[in-house]
Design a binder for this molecule. Structure first.
Ligand SMILES: [Zn+2]
Length: 275
């Protein structure tokens, strides 16, 4: 009887071991498959980001070559190129994308940052005057962006949203667009916009408004032809949240009129059309 019980016990242990090893093997195979899928997904993602980055480099090279070529052109031809400039009052937004292939004629503002040649120097002057007035530490953190660079920003955001929120690609495209403009719809691609922040408070959120640099810039930007493009309580008109750091060049005359009337660019353009 005792021997019998011992045999049953051994059989039970053997059965348990067999079951356990079965589960372990299955779990191991599932993990291996998950890892393989993950690696494959990473490889696809890396390949597409690499191709976007290398085409951004290519565009930069083309841009530099075009600039060099333009400098050598006779005055008359250069004038014709200048006529291709975007209208200073052009609204560029999700509802109103840039003309396809538009590339502004650029000039350096400071360091690696470039803007449309019509406003690069004005922007630099505005920042210098803000510093001279001892109002914070104004610095550019984004200016002109190429289509390829905007694509990279947007793609990166899509990948991050998919990862953080565990949602599919299609949903992530929409979600990402609420934070990073869809390529072709960012005002930074016009070369007429710059994000300027106070280094004392290096965060792009609504508290940026209370820094010394922003207080000065908001008051004086129109003197240099710039407006605060996405004011508070206007996101139903502009489609963009309050951004107390994003300045857009429209020229001195329009900037002063827009700020005096307290309008958004969209409202001002509509008002002018209706006159
Ligand atoms: Zn911006």
């Amino acid at each position: 009887m005792k021997k019998n019980r011992k045999e049953v016990l051994i059989a039970a242990v053997l059965l348990l071991l067999t079951l356990c090893s079965g589960f372990l093997i299955q779990a191991f195979l599932a993990l291996k498959e998950a890892r393989r899928l993950d690696q494959a997904a990473n490889a696809v993602m890396t390949a597409s980001l690499d191709s976007i980055r290398s085409s951004a480099d290519e565009t930069r090279r083309e841009l530099a070559a075009a600039k060099e070529q333009r400098a050598g052109l006779p005055q008359q031809k250069r004038q014709r190129l200048d006529d291709l400039h975007l209208d200073l009052l052009m609204v560029v937004s999700a509802a109103s994308p840039l003309p396809e292939g538009y590339v502004p004629i650029l000039d350096i503002v400071v360091g690696e940052y470039e803007m449309d040649e019509r406003c690069a120097e004005k922007c630099r002057q505005m920042i210098e005057d803000c510093q001279a007035a001892n109002m914070g530490l104004p610095m550019i953190c984004s200016a002109y962006r190429t289509q390829e660079y905007q694509e990279m920003l947007y793609e990166n955001k899509v990948v991050r949203v998919m990862d953080e929120e565990r949602i599919g690609y299609e949903d992530a495209l929409k979600e990402a667009a609420t934070v990073v403009a869809v390529p072709g719809t960012s005002e930074h691609q016009t070369g007429l916009a710059a994000d300027i922040m106070d280094e004392v408070y290096p965060y792009l959120n609504e508290w940026q408004e209370y820094t010394d640099a922003q207080q000065w810039l908001m008051e004086h930007a129109p003197d240099y032809g710039f407006i605060l493009r996405y004011p508070p309580d206007a996101s139903d008109i502009t489609g963009i949240i309050y951004e107390p750091w994003h300045y857009r060049y429209v020229g001195e005359k329009f900037a002063k009129e827009i700020s005096k009337r307290g309008l958004t660019l969209e409202e001002y353009v509509a008002w002018r059309r209706g006159r």
